[in-house]
Design a protein around this ligand. Structure first.
Ligand code: NAD
Ligand code: UD1
Length: 349
């Protein structure tokens, strides 16, 4: 059997580098296209250290059509996993044009090049952020879309574009239609258990887990807990945290599903990738303290704008159709985050 080549956009980043490890371990050839706008190529050296195998790396922007065309001509991928994108909600409110250009236009260029090279299997990094505000706390894929910030809207727009592409093609090109999995991630945290790769945020982290880890290591003095008066079990926000290794395994499952019934005649389908239950901010702090033996200095602060009290995935569709579910626990997520943070206090620098 020939070995498939998977082209990974954004493969030097947090989730992308973990995906490279799982893809190489599963026997795929891996080509990475990344402009290193939010990552370092060191992550790919570490991927080699972990797997004993190399990816082929191109430092390029996915919006550079000529470069992308040359890469496709040379590497002949059969499938693309598309992680490349900007992801900071606050920044997206300040610079919406940058986010739409990078995330939406970037995906248009990528899918144009894919189409020209007849590469029609795509796994896209979407987000639970695409769901609109609802009175439900458990999100199923059929809830209405209604993102509330430019970052979320850029993901929702890309989902629409990809659905339209697949619908058009399944009628006009039934011999080789698009097969597209929109994977809606809940809250990815954790790191590879080697401690060699992990999340390396630029500047002060926006997200809870890297913030807690940096307080524990002494890089930041204090965590602000954004609100303790939510209608949740302890008043703090509840989220569905998912170990990054479980998350990237979901991508491999999606690639395998392209040969299954739901994708045979072409399709674009959304799947939640989450555990199906949530943990509060205080759960995270308490588990971190237990596992690391460090005490986390925190204070209760006002709620953060745009935050919801509680939400988590309904992951049944991914179980049924991708044969995927999370395997790791909160303890694994915390222990692996701490292993990465304590071995790499300055990230990849
Ligand atoms: P990341 O910033 O670590 O990785 C993204 C990578 O894409 C980086 O290496 C960056 O350099 C690269 N990149 C960005 N724009 C590019 C462009 N135009 N051309 C080439 N490369 C480009 O982020 P991550 O956490 O690994 O997230 C990966 C994807 O998953 C993103 O699309 C993000 O929106 C999505 N996502 C992430 C989360 C999360 O919590 N981390 C949650 C939901 C969805
Ligand atoms: C945030 C983004 C979301 C994105 C996700 C990626 C916002 C409003 N939402 O989601 O679009 O897809 O990251 O993982 O930015 N918290 C604190 N103190 C902190 C940081 C966070 O108390 O310093 C709390 C938050 O209020 C929340 C929980 O921790 O209750 C998780 O926050 P975070 O890690 O930022 O993720 P989300 O807000 O779920």
């Amino acid at each position: 059997m020939s070995i498939h080549t998977v082209l990974v956009t954004g493969g030097a980043g947090y989730i992308g580098s973990h995906a490279c490890v799982e893809l190489l371990n599963s026997g795929f050839n891996v080509v990475v296209v990344d402009n290193l706008s939010n990552s370092k190529a060191t992550s790919l050296d570490r991927v080699k250290q972990i797997t004993g195998k190399s990816v082929r790396f191109y430092e390029a922007d996915i919006r550079d059509k000529e470069k992308l065309n040359n890469i496709f001509t040379k590497e002949k991928p059969t499938t693309v996993i598309h992680f490349a994108g900007l992801k900071a909600v606050g920044e997206s409110c300040e610079q919406p044009h940058l986010y739409y250009h990078n995330n939406v236009f970037g995906t248009l260029v990528l899918t144009e090049v894919m189409q020209e090279h007849n590469v029609k299997q795509l796994v896209f990094s979407s987000s639970a952020t695409v769901y609109g505000i609802t009175d439900k706390t458990q999100y199923s894929e059929d809830l209405p879309i209604g993102a509330i910030n430019p970052y979320g809207r850029s993901k929702a727009m890309v989902e629409d574009i990809l659905r339209d592409l697949a619908a058009a093609d399944s009628k006009t090109k039934p011999d080789k239609p698009w097969k597209i999995a929109l994977l809606r991630y809940f809250n990815p945290i954790g790191a590879h258990d080697s401690g060699l790769i992990g999340e390396d945020p630029n500047g002060i982290p926006n997200n809870l887990m890297p913030y807690v880890a940096q307080v524990a290591i002494g890089k930041l003095p204090q965590l602000s807990v954004f609100g303790d008066d939510y209608p949740t079990k302890d008043g703090t926000g509840v989220r569905d945290y998912i170990h990054v290794i479980d998350l990237v395994k979901g991508h491999i499952s999606a690639i395998h599903a392209f040969n299954k019934e739901q994708f045979l005649s072409g399709n674009c389908k959304a799947y939640n990738l989450g555990a199906g239950h949530g943990y509060s901010v205080l759960d995270i702090i308490n588990t971190f303290e237990k596992i690391t033996g460090k005490s986390i200095n925190y204070k209760i602060s006002p709620r953060r704008n745009g935050d919801l009290a509680e939400y988590y995935a309904n992951p049944e569709l991914a179980l049924k159709e991708l044969n995927w579910k999370v395997e790791k626990t909160l303890k694994d997520m915390v222990a692996d985050t701490w292993n990465w943070q304590s071995k790499n206090p300055q990230g990849y620098q």
